[in-house]
Design a protein around this ligand. Sequence first.
Ligand SMILES: C[S@@+](CC[C@H](N)C(=O)[O-])C[C@H]1O[C@@H](n2cnc3c(N)ncnc32)[C@H](O)[C@@H]1O
Length: 246
Amino acid sequence: MPKQNIYDDPIFFDGYMKIREKEGNANDLFEIPALLSLLPDLSGKSLLDLGCGYGEHCKMFIDMGAKSVVGVDISEKMLEVAHRENSDPKITYLNIPMEDIDKLDGRFDVVVSSLAIHYVESFAEVVKKIYDKMNTNGVFVFSQEHPIGTAYSNGNRWTKDDNGNKLYVNLSNYCVEGERESTWFVEGVKKYHRTFSTIVNTLVDVGFTVERMIEPFADAEMLKKYPEHDNLKHKPDFLLGKAKKM
Ligand SMILES: C[S@@+](CC[C@H](N)C(=O)[O-])C[C@H]1O[C@@H](n2cnc3c(N)ncnc32)[C@H](O)[C@@H]1O
């Protein structure tokens, strides 16, 4: 079955770019700091970034001391930006799906994947390929849309009060894993829902030691500046994990 490449859709691409450029977006406030908190010391390390997008993280990893970074993405349009804005002699960008990383040469000390793995149908296969591509003592750090979010398809996601305040999430079919189609800038965006336990157990089953999981939310300090993120107390947007190959 052909893999989805929604980031090459021009309407989706423009919509996504606009939310990433917005000050106080959830990625900048919650996902990226949590991801950084899980990374080991990158000095002299070889990295693989799966679903690297604009390549911002690849460039940041080089600035953090990494020896080399391979950034992999299925979208040509995302990689065009990566080449234009985040190129470096130590970074190689490859326009391939992460499902094909078994074809790459060599192994890596650190594999990172930020907000891309929920687009992958064959999670267990990709996790096995990541494990096989890593050196001993290597670390895999990932973020994804939270399983409460991926469980959702279309319909009203929130129950709100008369003033439009979010009261609680309308969660259904959490235990039914598999493909979900929703509308995000365009119709028919496909993501794959897996429960929290499936995600952790898949990592454990291939041989990883799971060292940490994070579900970031806004603390009191953050809420003073960004009160709009208070609803994270009901439903975290992101799930992050750190797993080690012993
Ligand atoms: C939400 S963006 C995140 C980009 C980047 N990691 C970041 O955090 O800024 C998701 C990225 O995953 C890529 N992607 C989706 N499915 C993929 C696949 N099967 N293989 C490789 N990349 C994929 C998309 O093209 C997109 O660039």
